[in-house]
Ligand binder design. Structure first.
Ligand SMILES: Cc1ncc(COP(=O)(O)O)c(C=O)c1O
Length: 320
């Protein structure tokens, strides 16, 4: 039995709270993509919703809990997608949301956070600096700080993807999951290891932001001094110990991929599947590209987890 901070009954109950617009997302096989990669590839499409990423599943839980407690404000640090999702979920429930982000985050993400009505504070520095500033704001204002991957609701929301995979993807051998703070990997991984223990769970991070993957391999928190990757959604330097403990229970492997493979993955998702994705959502395809023999002939599912991308950069990367 897999024991983590997560609980199957709570994850099942979460489905009743999350706006259905985020649930029961398509799972299908773009044949041309599979032919290109030499294995059967299913994509779980988490981008066709108002915030264009899977993060709405978790923020729906957070915001409904805040509303039930009569709270009217919350703050979070975000690389860009959690902030949009919390802004969306908060706005519908009368919760004032403040998002702290790096000035270097993709402009499209920052614009969308503002457009969704959140207060946006930018820091000069990376995501970890934004995290530190969010702690200060929460203390100053006495409001709830939403800490992605540590707050259990963010993991439970992501875990509902696992419920859908477990019921719809019976023939899948392996699920590839982009790894950032770990909410998605620990959530989806927990459900798969509980309901479909034969399915292999592989986490994917860029070489340029390897802290959590290194931590998984060394079974202790390993931090880095900096990160450098186009996959902004998964970039961090300080893994959260509780999340690492959970990841150690549910992941079969954690691999690192190069930036060039991420770019090729984005291009293939466009050309062979008609999908515009942000770099973090191409990590799974990048992992297949870097180890074709490992996946040859298998049925691999990858979660296409976000499509918030600056168009100029996107065109530069994919040459489209
Ligand atoms: C598009 C995208 N992919 C992957 C991740 C990583 O997810 P997690 O932080 O749950 O590991 C994020 C996080 O925000 C994201 O926005």
């Amino acid at each position: 039995m897999v024991t983590t901070r997560l609980d199957l009954d709570r994850i099942r109950a979460a489905r009743e709270v999350i706006d259905p617009i985020f649930l029961d997302t398509p799972l299908y096989q773009p044949d041309a993509l599979g032919r290109e990669l030499g294995c059967a590839v299913s994509v779980k499409l988490e981008t066709a919703n108002p915030v264009r990423s899977f993060k709405g599943r978790g923020t729906e839980l957070v915001a409904s809990e805040l509303a039930a407690q009569g709270r009217t404000a919350a703050v979070c640090a975000s690389a860009g997608n959690l902030g949009q999702a919390l802004a969306w979920s908060g706005r519908r429930r009368g919760i004032d949301v403040t998002v702290v982000a790096s000035r270097g985050a993709p402009a499209a993400k920052l614009e969308r956070i503002r457009a969704l009505g959140a207060e946006l504070e930018l820091v000069d520095g990376d995501f970890e600096m934004a995290r530190a500033r969010a702690v200060d704001i929460a203390d100053e204002r006495g409001v709830r700080r939403v800490e992605d991957s540590l707050d259990i609701e963010t993991c439970e929301g992501a875990a509902t993807i696992g419920l859908e995979l477990a019921s719809d993807a019976s023939s899948v051998d392996t699920v590839l999951i982009a790894l950032g703070g770990g909410a998605m990997a620990t959530g989806v991984g927990y459900v798969l290891k509980t309901l479909s223990p034969g399915v292999e769970v592989i986490c994917v991070q860029p070489h340029g932001a390897p802290a959590m993957t290194r931590s998984w391999h060394e079974r202790r928190v390993v931090t880095t001094d900096s990160y450098d990757t186009i996959a902004d959604g998964v970039a961090g330097r300080y893994p959260i110990p509780e999340v690492l403990d959970d990841l150690l229970q549910v992941a079969d492997d954690a691999v690192l991929v190069h930036e060039a493979s991420i770019v090729t993955g984005m291009r293939l998702l466009l050309e062979r599947a008609g999908l515009v994705v942000e770099p973090s959502a191409a990590l799974g395809v990048a992992a297949i590209l870097e180890d074709r023999d490992r996946f040859a002939g298998r049925h691999v599912a990858t979660i296409v987890c976000g499509s918030n991308v600056d168009l100029d950069a996107y065109h530069r990367w994919v040459g489209a």
